[in-house]
Design a protein around this ligand. Sequence first.
Ligand SMILES: Cc1cc2nc3c(=O)[nH]c(=O)nc-3n(C[C@H](O)[C@H](O)[C@H](O)COP(=O)(O)OP(=O)(O)OC[C@H]3O[C@@H](n4cnc5c(N)ncnc54)[C@H](O)[C@@H]3O)c2cc1C
Length: 590
Amino acid sequence: ATVKRKDASWRKGYDYIIVGGGTAGVALSTRLSQGLPDSKILLIEAGPAAFDELGINVPGKKGSTLGTQYDWNFTTIPQPALKNRVLAQNRGKVLGGSSALNLLTYDRASASEYDGWGEVGNPGWDFDTFEDMMDRAENFTSADTEWYDDDNDGINTDGPVRGTINRFIPAHQNGWVPTLNSLGIETNKEYMSGNPLGVMYSSSSIDPTHYNRSYSANAYLPLAGPRLTVMTDTTVLKVNLKQDHHGYYATGVTLANGTVINATQEVILSAGSFQSPGLLELSGIGNKTVLAAAGIEQLIELPGVGENLQDHIRIQTSYQVKENYTSFDILRYNTTYATEQLQLWFEGKYSIYDYTGSAYSFMTWKQAIGNDSTLRALAQAAVGSSKHPADTKKLEWLSDPTIPQLEVIMSDGYTGVKGYPAIGTALYGKGFFSLLAAVMHPLSRGTVHINSSDPLGKPIIDPNYLSNGYDLQAAIAAIKKCRQIATTPPLSDVWDSEYEPGLENVNTDAEWKDFVLNTTLTIYHPVGTCAMLPRMDGGVVDPKLKVYGTRNLRVVDASIIPVLISAHMQTAVYGIAEMAADIIIGNLNS
Ligand SMILES: Cc1cc2nc3c(=O)[nH]c(=O)nc-3n(C[C@H](O)[C@H](O)[C@H](O)COP(=O)(O)OP(=O)(O)OC[C@H]3O[C@@H](n4cnc5c(N)ncnc54)[C@H](O)[C@@H]3O)c2cc1C
């Protein structure tokens, strides 16, 4: 495939148009170009191609592209349950989408959760099938670590997206596994096999041949067939729909500059959880009230569009490491060292810039806090009489001993909320590590819709974070667990003081609650806004990922995930793209 800004063949149209060259869009368009070699396929991406961007390619520069031109820079509306704080909602605006910006964690959830996607009304979706789809995307190298053997379950070695376990592990992280073991969490060396519970050195989406980020654009696109055209720096405004006696069908798309491009077969939206719903709304598909407020004629009544937004919340504590340890923070204050290490990375040699993160743990509430009956009662109360499949599944999952409810990550360097110490202060030049907790199945569900007063502008994102008693108490339990882990040997031996929130500052439940309200963030996993669910349950797409009320418009990205799972999202998104390719190619051949 060639990456082109403009391609004259748009005048004649394409067979398939994929909107959004992100994680799923690039993977799907590549697979379609391979499997349907006679079809003309167009992938349209709003952002640029940035194959040489160090902020994307160098694993240790993870996070440096947030807030740049490669980021849509969305935010939430004020969150009432979080003291009206406005939280960042970063999303990739670049070929590769959020897989170019993400923090490279490469893991999987439990088998029961993928099965759950089928159980909420989606025949054909189950762990065995979906594991095969995730495998198709994956090329894993254990890199001679003791952590994963190539013949272990959950490992595939011939897909496009590379994964490996960091070869650079900071010395102060050596206590991670024994500390969790001593708290009753067992070591799990096959965490991608459908059982993620335990403590592990987990993998990152890194290509070990040169230790660069492996993401959809550099992993999939080189495999594409010749009839895939990629348009970058091109924004789609809406999908064009026509009606005949069978119902609505997509005829193509209109670009932001007014250009119309036709599609003879299908239009597929892969614009991600915050933008696929908006594209449907701008095209006349969605909730009547939302569309009317924005002055858009409703073609298809589909009230689930933009609803059911679910996300993992994250909260963290930070510790100042003893002087004999070198933390990742050194890259902030020692430019000579940073330059030397970057040079080593350029030469493909062992460098601190190889590092992303490795120390992970996943646990049930029982494992984390012992008695989980209060949390379960709060969850029951929060769900109340709701029959929404996302609510009832999460309630069911709380009692399933194979499904994690809490993730704690040891992240090297300071990654908290109060900020790295300012130049000139006593702690500037010191090293830190952070413990990040993420609640795996918050019950809050929110919305994302177009802005009625500026429909083409940024979406109105309201995740409703911590809007029920379960989510709040789960966050408090999660952050207290971080403190417990940090103060347990051998991890307690590597640090001098708790920098955030500070051992002396926060101890009582009221203080922890305040800390939670002041510092909870997203861990960037929005899903569910074009949910694959039965239409009567608020679904937007059917199990073939087709938008209800249309015959050739699909959504293929994280937005179709009906219930949030206990993993970081990218492996699932690649799996969804592979599954969609299978469905589309299979449909055509059958
Ligand atoms: C900062 C951050 C950190 C994360 N960390 C991790 C992690 O460590 N591990 C992990 O597994 N997951 C992580 N995630 C989540 C994961 O990366 C995402 O869930 C996944 O990449 C989403 O894929 P997608 O295809 O749904 O959307 P995206 O990859 O976001 O793709 C959507 C694409 O559509 C384009 N687009 C949108 N609207 C239009 C339009 N109108 N016209 C044309 N193009 C358009 C966008 O520019 C974008 O390229 C992280 C995400 C972020 C943002």
